[in-house]
Design a protein around this ligand. Structure first.
Ligand code: G3H
Ligand code: 13P
Ligand code: ZN
Length: 284
C-alpha cells in the first residue's frame, strides 16, 4: 500500500474514535514484528524511529526497512520521526522520505518552542509531511521528580491552545503524568487536564510513555481524544527477555536467527495486543 502521513491515519482514527499505535524500531526484526502485527490485525500503523535509532541503524538502513515494510504491506503505514530535537535533523528526515515528523521543543520556553515548531510546520506542510509537537515536559522514569514538583512539568491547557493555534501542528503530545521507560509505581494520569487540552486545541493528542500504563487508563485516554499511542519499552522488554531466555536455554547456540527469530515473534505478540487495546484492529 505504501507510505501515508500520520495526519491521514489520525484523521481516520478521529472519525472512528480509536487510537493508532506508534511503535519504536531500531532494527530489522522489530520493524518486521511491527508490520506483521499490523497485517495480522488489519490495522493502520505508525512505525517510528528516534534520533538514537537513526544513529544506531543509519539513516539509509532505517528508511529502507520501513519503506519495505510499507511497500509489502496491505495496511496504511506512516514513517515517523520520534522526538526530533534539532531543526537540521528533522529536515534530513523529511528529505529521506519520512512522511511525518515530531519536533520536540518542549525543553524550550513557550515562545521558542512555538518558533522552532512553526518553522518545521512551514517546511513539512509545504512538502506534504505531517508534524507532531510537544508542550510540557514528558519525563523519563529515571528523572527524580518530587511529588510537589510533578505538575510543574504538566502541560498548561491555555498554553496548549496558543501553541496549536500559532504552530498549526497536526497532533500534540501533552504531558499529563506518563513517563518514558519502566514505571516504578502505578502511573497517575491527569485525565481532567487531558480533557481540557483536547477541548481547547481540538487536535488529535499523542500519549507518550505508554508502556506499562494499565489498559483501562489507555482506553479512558482514547475516549478523551488520544489518537496516537507511543510504545517502545514494552517491545524492548519482550524482545530482550526472549533473547535472554534463548541464550540461557542453549548457551552453545551460535545462529543469530534462532535467537532473534523467536524474539521477533514475542515482540509481534505484544504489538498485536496493543493494537487490539487501542481499537484499531480491523480498521485497515
Ligand atoms: O521516547 C523515547 C523512545 O523510547 C526512544 O528511545 O531515544 O533510546 O531510541 P531512544
Ligand atoms: P515508552 O518507552 O515508555 O513506551 O515510551 C515510548 C515513547 O513515548 C516514544 O516516544
Ligand atoms: Zn516519547
Amino acid at each position: 500500500m505504501g507510505l501515508v502521513t500520520c495526519a491521514e491515519i489520525l484523521a481516520s482514527a478521529e472519525a472512528g474514535g480509536y487510537a493508532v499505535g506508534a511503535f519504536n524500531c531500531n532494527n530489522m526484526e522489530i520493524v518486521q514484528a511491527i508490520i506483521r502485527a499490523a497485517e495480522a490485525e488489519r490495522s493502520p500503523v505508525i512505525i517510528q524511529a528516534s534520533q538514537g535509532a537513526i544513529k544506531y541503524a543509519g539513516m539509509g538502513y532505517i528508511v529502507a526497512l520501513i519503506r519495505e515494510a510499507a511497500a509489502s504491506a496491505s495496511v496504511p503505514v506512516a514513517m515517523h520521526l520520534d522526538h526530533g530535537t534539532d531543526f537540521q535533523q528533522v529536515m534530513l528526515c523529511i528529505r529521506n522520505g519520512f512522511t511525518s515528523v515530531m519536533i520536540d521543543g518542549s525543553h524550550h520556553p513557550l515562545s521558542e518552542n512555538i518558533d522552532i515548531t512553526k518553522r518545521v510546520v512551514e517546511v513539512a506542510h509545504a512538502v506534504g509531511v505531517s508534524v507532531e509537537g510537544e508542550l510540557g515536559r514528558i519525563r523519563g522514569v529515571e528523572d527524580e521528580v518530587r511529588v510537589s514538583e510533578r505538575e510543574a512539568f504538566f502541560t498548561d491547557p491555555e498554553e496548549a491552545r496558543i501553541f496549536v493555534r500559532e504552530t498549526g501542528v497536526d497532533a500534540l503530545a501533552p504531558s499529563i503524568g506518563t513517563a518514558h521507560g519502566r514505571y516504578r509505581g502505578k502511573p497517575e494520569l491527569d485525565f481532567d487536564r487531558l480533557a481540557q487540552i483536547r477541548k481547547l486545541t481540538g487536535v488529535p493528542l499523542v500519549l507518550h510513555g505508554s508502556s506499562g500504563v494499565p489498559g483501562e487508563d489507555i482506553r479512558r485516554a482514547i475516549s478523551l481524544g488520544v489518537r496516537k499511542v507511543n510504545i517502545d519499552t514494552d517491545i524492548r522488554e519482550a524482545f530482550v527477555a526472549e533473547v535472554r531466555r534463548r541464550l540461557e536455554a542453549d548457551p552453545s547456540e551460535i545462529d543469530p536467527r534462532r535467537i532473534l527469530g523467536p524474539a521477533r515473534e514475542k515482540a509481534c505478540q505484544v504489538i498485536r495486543e496493543k493494537i487490539r487495546l487501542f481499537g484499531s484492529a480491523g480498521k485497515a
